[in-house]
Design a protein around this ligand. Structure first.
Ligand SMILES: [Zn+2]
Ligand SMILES: [Zn+2]
Length: 347
């Protein structure tokens, strides 16, 4: 089958024929119909995610058709149309039994722990606990566009920050994950303030539901600007870049008792940042939370938000490419110039 391989970090992907993946005993083999190109893939391609060994096939935001079923897999059959969370839990540890599959100690990360879906087919283990049949109302494209971005944003806005109608939500960073957080914030009835340094992304943020936008490159104190707009501070704030400066902006923009949710992955020099603890977390008594992925059992609530028309994720799909162009799509992320979601829909 055809796959796009990382053979050297930061070098163009090599689209080539590779051996057909083996169906895991507890898993399924999926014929990939659509796969998102995500900043996490870019991190993997850059070599900053140390799980990956080369050669490697990235890709973790997929939808497709089950074409083979492992002998121990019970819930799926050939022909099922499915999607897959990015983080797969083992299904039987204490975390998984409590429904928290994204913090399983023995987790499998699609497109990182094994070869991913920048390929005609992908093998997915632990299917019964994790893989989801798609309702007819959710297209392959929309399912792939959910990716780790919309699922993580849904978890952050709905399950972690528990944003309520009438509250103010600040979103720092308007890449794929930030834009979907803006849309979900608007869908739950919040006033959404979006922050980025690229006007084109802020324009898109407005189109998908942000009521105010701030260009951080032209703003002295983003925290103060948001406190001014919101009349005292945001009730919840999402850091969607994994960058120390935006973390500080997020903490400083919050109202007393505000909730910060970290969804940007802080790597390298951003992994252990200094935090303005006294003036924010301590005096303002803030809450800091993390959000990564969405466990399978919460996908139906996200599907319902889409099916009911409250969340139109298809609007975020800006570029459709074929597998051959996946490497160029990753390279475009070098300067944060990618706008909206890019999907591979031809393999
Ligand atoms: Zn587990
Ligand atoms: Zn992703």
């Amino acid at each position: 089958m055809k796959a796009a391989l990382i053979t050297k970090f930061c070098e163009p992907l090599e689209v080539t024929d590779v051996a057909e993946p083996q169906t895991p005993a507890d898993g399924v083999l999926i014929d990939v119909k659509a796969c998102g190109v995500c900043r996490s893939d870019w991190h993997g391609w850059k070599g900053t995610n140390h799980v990956i060994t080369l050669p490697h096939v990235p890709g973790h935001e997929l939808a497709g058709i089950v074409v083979d079923v492992g002998r121990d897999c019970r819930k799926f059959k050939k022909g099922d149309r499915v999607t897959v969370p990015v983080i797969l839990g083992c299904g039987h540890c204490a975390c998984c039994r409590a429904g928290n599959l994204t913090i399983c100690d023995d987790q499998y990360v699609v497109g990182f722990s094994g070869w991913g879906a920048f390929a005609e087919r992908v093998a997915i283990p632990l299917a019964d606990a994790n893989v989801l049949k798609l309702p007819d109302s959710i297209s392959d494209e929309v399912a792939a566009a959910l990716g780790c971005r919309t699922t993580t944003s849904f978890s952050a806005v709905v399950d972690k920050a528990k944003v309520k109608p009438g509250e103010t939500l600040a979103v720092h960073g308007c890449g794929g994950v930030g834009l979907s957080a803006i849309m979900i914030g608007a869908a739950v009835g919040a006033t959404v303030i979006a922050v980025d340094i690229i006007d084109e992304k802020l324009e898109l943020a407005k189109q998908v539901g942000a009521t105010h936008v701030i260009n951080a490159a032209r703003t002295n104190d983003v925290g103060e600007a948001i406190r001014d707009i919101s009349g005292g501070g945001a009730d919840a704030s999402i850091e969607a870049l994994g960058v120390t400066q935006t973390l500080h902006n997020s903490l400083r923009c919050l109202a007393k008792l505000g909730r910060h949710v970290q969804i940007g992955q802080p790597l390298d020099e951003h992994a252990n940042p200094p935090v303005p603890l006294l003036e924010t977390v301590y005096y303002r008594q803030l809450v800091i939370m993390g959000s990564r992925g969405l466990p399978a059992l919460r996908f139906p609530a996200l599907f319902e938000m889409i099916s009911s028309g409250r969340l139109d994720i298809a609007r975020l799909i800006k570029t459709r490419i074929e597998l051959e162009d996946a490497g160029a799509a990753l390279a475009k992320m070098d300067n944060h110039e990618d706008v909206g979601i890019t999907l591979i829909d031809r393999f």
